[in-house]
Design a protein. Structure first.
Length: 711
């Protein structure tokens, strides 16, 4: 059975959304440093261990896990607004990290004096130090850890790991956004319920146990210094570098004021009954009670804002339940019940968990980092080439408001993007690859040469417009669209009437020589499609299509072929068979264009599938294959791609997809890409033949509703 009934009203939904979601409730029965659960709202998230709190940070410490070659995920508290910069006594600025490259436009400067190799090589040479500081700063803050302090007797040392816990059971009820945790310690049961405010930076707990009244349990708050490590979140070894002040203490609340160099923020606590005070450890505070039940609400606020606590645990739990019920009953849903293919249950689980994880981590006011609001990667920076994978699916799943939240940020950094283009002798605005909230590019010997992030704002806006065609998006983003396209037209190089994407550049498959690489297959198709979107935007504002843009579209070089197949780039070595098979994006991720022959792409897909180093691929590469297979009429290959059994395509019980061990134990582009692919496979695109073009007719029963067709 295949059907589509778009509807956002619960009374008219075809699919039983509650049953669909709740059959994939996350259930954990033992402590595992790789298994963490998160509650949040897109701009704030709290990540818990098996206790439902952040009780055993050492057990989840990624730095230690890296040294021991095991998998772990930090249990941090993060936000889109919490950022910090280390002192900069040398006064480093971006020009200090730049190298000049010769082009037909003259000398172009790129901030490429830094890279992973430099960081991993011990002491940095002098010429790399500016790039290192600029890459590391600002970094995203771990706002603090709120956990249980457990000890076998009131005077004993606290437990540092979960080894003494017994009968551990934990579940994340996706339908209500509630973590429920149960365990036994010192012969007594404990129950912890954890929820997040759906709108503000607040987390609430209800702790029920005789351990509290017996003095064997309390709530401990710990505050680290930030880390400037590449994949690190917190530094617990520098207590002298920050301040924590206890203020406004009452019988039922207090404020903890944090000063971290030039960054300040506050944490307001409100509890049902108890006493708070400092421990012997710096930046550590303990809340105790003589009751067997403790309710606690923690509110985090940036400098200049007054943290409020006008709700108690019960009201926040009710707000969380209402929010997630509204989330799950809005937009699209897909149900594989009745499918004969045994893989259907696993695919449905991945789809449901990915919706939750991307809503919590990727729907905020800023583009997310690859590890969301769970732990830091690349200093917590946004990778704008990944923004599409994180968030495009919100529009095609009928939840466009979750995508729109982050698009205004592009308007805020438009002056910075224009300055980059001008410095490099181009028109318009050039979007950075890796950046913090201010839009300043991070030095990198790879990232600054990438170009596939450039059309992303255009594509995201087009998907948003398809969901809300009558909105004011067209006028609000008209200038951004114009400047984005102006750079694209300025960037190409004309030779004998053909327009090329010239060096220096790197394609999405990053491991080529930037100084010689030209005309990558994916980027050529994406350039055409991005300019086509910009042309349509002009028409929507009552203007004619731009003639120069059209000349570039019509004259773009065709992707290079060899032996009847597309290659990744048009220069030697033409194709490497590891990392991202991004050439497939030219038809699948990108809709049909005059540049790409579907027959050649079908043959290329089959060649890539049969002969690629899949252990080197990344989590979003498998959905890429599925999107290409869907567009070329091979649904069998689409499903196989999504469920390929290979290390970086494994989904943990929590829904996370580790990529490179504890360096990158969470990778949300995998989850967002999966949702994008499934929406294309089920909802189709303009002019697609039949229902569910990405699912085989045999073995699959697909019920779906609410998808917005792709272009």
């Amino acid at each position: 059975m295949k059907q589509s009934t778009p509807s956002d009203k619960e009374s008219t939904l075809v699919i039983d959304r509650k049953s669909l979601v709740r059959r994939h409730t996350v259930r954990l029965t033992e402590p595992d440093p790789a298994h963490v659960l998160t509650v949040g709202n897109g701009d704030f998230a709290y990540t818990a261990d098996i206790t439902g709190m952040q009780s055993f940070p050492a057990h989840h410490d990624q730095s230690a896990a890296m040294a021991e070659r095991r998998l772990a995920v930090n249990t941090a508290t993060m936000s889109t607004w919490g950022w910090h910069a280390m002192p900069n006594p040398e006064g480093y600025t971006l020009p200090d990290a730049m190298t000049e490259h010769n082009t037909v436009r003259g000398t172009v400067s790129y901030p490429d004096k830094f890279g992973i190799a430099a960081m991993m090589g011990g002491d940095l040479p002098e010429e790399m130090r500016a790039g290192a500081w600029l890459s590391a700063n600002p970094q995203r803050l771990d706002l603090g850890r709120i956990g249980l302090l457990l000890r076998p007797s009131p005077d004993a040392a606290p437990e540092t790991g979960p080894g003494a816990l017994r009968d551990t059971e934990q579940c994340l009820d996706l339908w209500t956004g509630t973590i429920s945790s149960h365990f036994t310690y010192a012969g007594q049961e404990a129950r912890v319920t954890t929820v997040a405010d759906p709108e503000r930076a607040r987390v609430a707990f209800r702790i029920e146990s005789e351990l509290l009244a017996d003095g064997l349990a309390g709530v401990v708050l710990r505050f680290p210094y930030p880390s400037d490590g590449f994949f690190q979140t917190s530094d617990w070894t520098a207590p002298e570098r920050h301040r924590t002040d206890l203020d406004e203490v009452t019988d039922t609340g207090c404020v903890l004021r944090r000063t971290v160099d030039d960054t300040t923020y506050s944490v307001r606590l409100s509890w049902s009954a108890g006493v708070v005070g400092p421990t012997r450890n710096p930046h550590e505070y303990l809340l105790t009670t003589d009751s067997d039940t403790l309710e606690l609400v923690a509110s985090f606020s940036p400098e200049g804002e007054i943290p409020s606590l006008d709700d108690d645990f019960t009201s926040l739990a009710q707000a969380s339940a209402a929010h997630w019920r509204d989330f799950w009953t809005s937009g699209a849903a897909i149900d594989f019940t009745g499918s004969a293919d045994p893989r259907a249950v696993e695919l449905e689980r991945r789809v449901v968990l990915s919706q939750y994880l991307t809503a919590v981590n990727c729907s905020g006011a800023l583009p997310p980092q690859e590890t969301g609001l769970i732990t830091n990667s690349w200093h917590g920076k946004h990778h704008l080439e990944m923004h599409w994978w994180h968030a495009a699916h919100f529009a095609t799943w009928g939840r466009p408001e979750l995508l729109e939240r982050s698009l205004d940020w592009y308007l805020s950094i438009l002056p910075e993007a224009r300055a980059t283009a001008q410095r490099q002798h181009y028109d318009g605005a050039r979007w950075p690859k890796q950046t913090g909230p201010d839009g300043r590019e991070s030095p990198s010997d790879i990232g600054v040469f990438l170009i596939w992030q450039q059309p992303h704002p255009l594509y995201l806006l087009e998907l948003l417009h398809r969901s809300r065609p009558e909105s004011e998006l067209v006028t609000r983003f008209a200038e951004l669209v114009e400047d984005t396209a102006a750079f694209m037209v300025s960037f190409v190089e004309e030779r004998d009437g053909t327009y090329h994407l010239p060096a220096p550049l790197l394609p999405a498959q990053e491991f080529y020589d930037a100084t010689t690489t030209e005309d990558p297959t994916f980027e050529l198709a994406y350039w055409w499609w991005g300019l086509e979107i910009a042309q349509r935007w002009r028409e929507r504002t009552g203007r004619e299509r731009d003639k120069q843009w059209q000349r570039v579209q019509d004259g773009l070089a065709l992707p290079h072929r060899r032996d009847g197949l597309y290659t990744a780039i048009a220069t030697e070595p033409y194709l490497k068979r590891d990392d991202h098979p991004a050439l497939l994006c030219a038809l699948g991720f990108v809709p049909s264009t005059p540049l790409v022959d579907p027959g050649v792409m079908t043959a290329t897909l089959q060649d890539v599938r049969a002969d690629w180093e899949w252990n080197s691929a990344w989590g979003w590469d498998f959905p890429v294959m599925a999107m290409t297979a869907t567009r070329v009429g091979r649904p069998d290959l689409a499903v196989d791609a999504l469920l390929m059994d290979t290390p970086k395509n494994q989904y943990l019980p929590t829904g996370h997809t580790p990529q490179i061990g504890s360096l990158l134990p969470v990778y949300l582009p995998s989850n967002g890409a999966l949702l994008a692919a499934v929406s294309l496979m089920a909802g189709g695109w303009d002019g697609a033949d039949g229902e569910c073009p990405g699912f085989p007719a045999e073995g699959w029963t697909v019920r779906h509703e609410g998808f917005v067709p792709w272009p």
